[in-house]
Design a protein. Structure first.
Lengths: 110, 116
């Protein structure tokens, strides 16, 4: 069945370090792919999305490219800030709903 | 735009009582709303999908008589946890999708339920 697998956390980085959070998926058809971010005690916010192969989603310095050949949608940022500390969820769409990965906790230290 | 609110944000109740959680789309009409449950440090588990004016569709393993969902208008859906027990304590999150947004869901801030 359709599924999303993310790298396990927690990921701890120093401020200004580079970030990559791996996400791979299994799906029939051609789903849209999403990254959501959840700050402590809050709901999820859409960070970025891509709707077709080779699309690049970007927002707030984060980027992810829809790679059909490797079924991946890795999240990247060149220089993280303390305020980026949160849990990041990769998700794919199937008709009628979203399927989420297990989430990756990111902690950025000053 | 696309703001979703939930009320209350926190609720503590006694075992055996019922709790109602509201989910509202503030600036758009939500033809479909979703209810999720999230355990600490885990992913979101979809509980049910509700379309305005029709019965909710529950995911496998979710008790429909336990978790009553009503989507009475295009801006409001409610989740009622009936006869709550400590194991129902969790973080409940709703999301909404409007006609034309295709797959994008907009999430509420969540409601933390603690059953004593």
């Amino acid at each position: 069945g359709d599924s999303v697998t993310q790298m396990e956390g927690p990921v701890t980085l120093s401020e200004e370090a580079c970030l990559t959070i791996n996400c791979t998926y299994t799906a029939t058809g051609y789903p849209s792919l999403f990254w959501y971010v959840q700050y402590p005690g809050e709901g999820l916010q859409l960070l970025l999305k891509a709707t077709k192969a080779d699309d690049k989603g970007s927002n707030k310095g984060f980027e992810a490219t829809y790679r059909k050949e490797t079924t991946s949608f890795h999240l990247e940022k060149g220089s993280v800030q303390v305020s980026d500390s949160a849990v990041y969820f990769c998700a794919l769409s199937v008709p009628g709903k979203l399927i989420f990965g297990q989430g990756t906790e990111l902690s950025v230290k000053p | 735009g696309a703001v979703v609110s939930q009320h209350p944000s926190w609720v503590i109740c006694k075992s055996g009582t019922s709790v109602k959680i509201e989910c509202r789309s503030l600036d758009f009409q939500a033809t479909t709303m979703f209810w999720y449950r999230q355990f600490p440090k885990q992913s979101l588990m979809l509980m049910a999908t509700s379309n305005e004016g029709s019965k909710a569709t529950y995911e496998q393993g979710v008790e429909k008589d336990k978790f009553l969902i009503n989507h009475a208008s295009l801006t409001l859906s409610t989740l009622t946890v009936t006869s709550a027990h400590p194991e129902d304590s969790s973080f409940y999150i709703c999301s909404a999708r409007y006609t034309g947004s295709q797959e994008t869901q907009y999430f509420g801030p969540g409601t933390r339920l603690l059953v004593l």
